[in-house]
Design a protein around this ligand. Sequence first.
Ligand code: AMP
Length: 438
Amino acid sequence: MSTLKAVRGTRDLLPPETALWNRIEATARDVFARYNFGEIRTPVFEDTGLFARGVGEETDIVSKEMYTWEDRARAQSEKTQSLTLRPENTAGVVRAYIEHGLGESGLLQKLYYIGPQFRRERPQKGRYRQFSQIGAEVIGPPSAGSESPLRDAEVLEMLATLLDELGITGWTLELNSVGSAADRARYNEALRAALVPVVGQMCGDCQRRAVTNPLRVLDCKVPADQPIIETLPVIADSLDEASRAHFAAVTAALDAAGVPYTRNHRLVRGLDYYTRTTFEFTHGGLGAQNALLGGGRYDGLSEMLGGPRAPGIGFAIGEDRLVLTLLAALNEKSAAPQVLADAFIAPLGDKEKAEELIKLNAAALVLARELRHQGLWIELGEGSFRLKKSFEAADKTARQIVILGEDELQSGILTVKNFSTGVQTKVPRGELAVFLSQ
Ligand code: AMP
């Protein structure tokens, strides 16, 4: 029988790497809390219509990458329903905002999420079919100030803080404005006109996009098309006065806070719902998939989904890419952290005496329980191991070994060896926790 493997584009995350994932998530939760965000958890699958309407039919995600299936009816009263594994989380958050009437409080909703997303992309380093995003949304009725450029600046400043606290250095914030829906319509027309004489020399995707959604031509990655794209008009020239003023206010607040950024005129992002501010944080160490995170404003999304007017801004960080970036930095210092327990408890018994062994192992469990309850990280050996085997196992998993034999049990004095100093010490049981934690 052939062995089963994780599906292409999916991966198992194993220790010690998972410790890094947990540290990233703990730091994100801590930063989000300080900016007064609360956590939202939405379902992993949703009605397909949510993404078709929210993300946009013409986007790569919806047109090529979704895991969609027809959910069979289980009873006559049920209808079949087209369901999709979420390819991103913003549409789900906005659906929940509408469904639970969160705007009725009149307050801004500041929500963050951490969880898996699914896209049928061609897997490569930093690009998977199941990946994890850490994201946040600020959304609310206009009366709550949800349209204010201050919200954009606050979100970007928070991201700079988060990356800094994670220890990610060398990131670049690329910023642009895609304007209002009207600005984009104007820009689409300008692009359409500019594309007429040149589109015949471009790739098949661009030829299709030139007709259906010219803005998407700017996402094209085909090298031969790039010189042509460089000659196309930029969206900045199609922005109206209000959109220009909004963008200027965002950059003024970023300048005041000392958050560095560069303007990237081609940053229109792959999702249809963006309006005004769009951004990406990139990192040179990531190679071809260099976007650490992306986001932007989506002032019309709630209405597109049948909800009330609720402007918002949000982002999604690729957690897998944060991990890659941090692992690369650790490897450079050749100091991949090995997580060691404080102590390994080695019960030492006589293999032949089954009853004695049972008693000794039980005593070792009790000692481990005492120490663990006092906050120590403890690995527990096994009484039938020979001394050499206990030492070998302990050396790989813990900083110290505690020997627990019949004599130690009787006397209450335990032998502790510290692997880094090589020093062996006799320690009374009552003082053991303090000694081991030093
Ligand atoms: P998007 O939702 O496309 O704006 O993506 C936001 C961020 O999620 C990107 O900047 C990446 O860091 C990450 N991301 C998107 N797609 C993938 C993927 N297939 N594998 C890993 N990370 C991804």
